[in-house]
Design a binder for this molecule. Structure first.
Ligand code: SF4
Length: 220
């Protein structure tokens, strides 16, 4: 799931500049200092012992592009021969541009949280939409494999919102609708009781989005 077609290890970076209310990683986002810290050397040591069957590393968060030392860590992974996937919310296009220009990424998954007019609501912040748009353009114009993806949050996102996201991302190669799962430590506990949309609703949204993308998927 974390890296299509590869056996991968996932590395979580603490800290994030969004506050998506349904986020499962409240500790990672709000209290990363309460979690055990693992140094890049420890990760590289562990990966070198598993090199024969792990081909790829997914770097996720939190928001990894906020972390100092990310580029150096990815360089170390690449020099050991690992493929690297980056999960990002797209708010640091200058970091993304550097990583793409350096040939350091093999796959990018960018969360597109909402249509532009709902970004603040879905992210719990005053989101920098210019940065988000810039990252979208960088990814679409790059040669790396990529996906844009949206968690289908019932009540906050309606069918017409997905059509607006389709217009925002029009022409992208791959778009993934992620089923809402109120698991883990949620940022806003009220979201625990919200039921996911039924599969038929996701299918219906996916159908309507077909004209915008080469490939639309549903991830349950
Ligand atoms: S879901 Fe939102 S708050 Fe949670 S890590 Fe991703 S961008 Fe940050």
């Amino acid at each position: 799931m974390d890296f299509p077609s590869e056996v991968c290890t996932t590395v979580f970076y603490g800290g994030c500049n969004f506050r998506c209310p349904w986020c499962h990683n409240a500790d990672l986002v709000l209290r990363p200092f309460t979690l055990p810290e693992i140094s890049p050397d420890e990760v590289l040591n562990l990966l070198s012992r598993r090199r024969s069957w792990v081909q790829a590393v997914c770097i996720t968060g939190g928001e990894p592009t906020l972390a100092p030392g990310l580029e150096e860590f990815i360089l170390s992974l690449k020099s050991c021969g690992f493929k690297v996937k980056l999960d990002t919310n797209g708010t640091q296009p200058e970091v993304l541009a550097r990583l793409l220009a350096g040939g350091l990424l093999d796959y990018v998954a960018m969360d597109v949280k909402a249509p532009p007019e709902k970004y603040n609501l879905l992210t719990g912040t005053r989101a920098d939409l210019e940065a988000v748009r810039e990252s979208i353009a960088l990814i679409k114009n790059s040669r790396v494999a990529y996906e844009f993806r949206t968690t289908v949050v019932p009540g906050l996102l309606l069918e017409e919102d997905f059509l607006a996201i389709g217009r925002l991302l029009r022409g992208a190669r791959r778009y993934v609708l992620q089923q809402y799962r109120p698991a883990g430590t949620l940022l806003d506990g009220n979201f625990r009781d919200i039921l996911p949309y039924p599969g038929a609703t996701l299918n219906n949204i996916a159908q309507k989005l077909q004209p915008f993308f080469a490939n639309v998927e549903i991830r349950i």
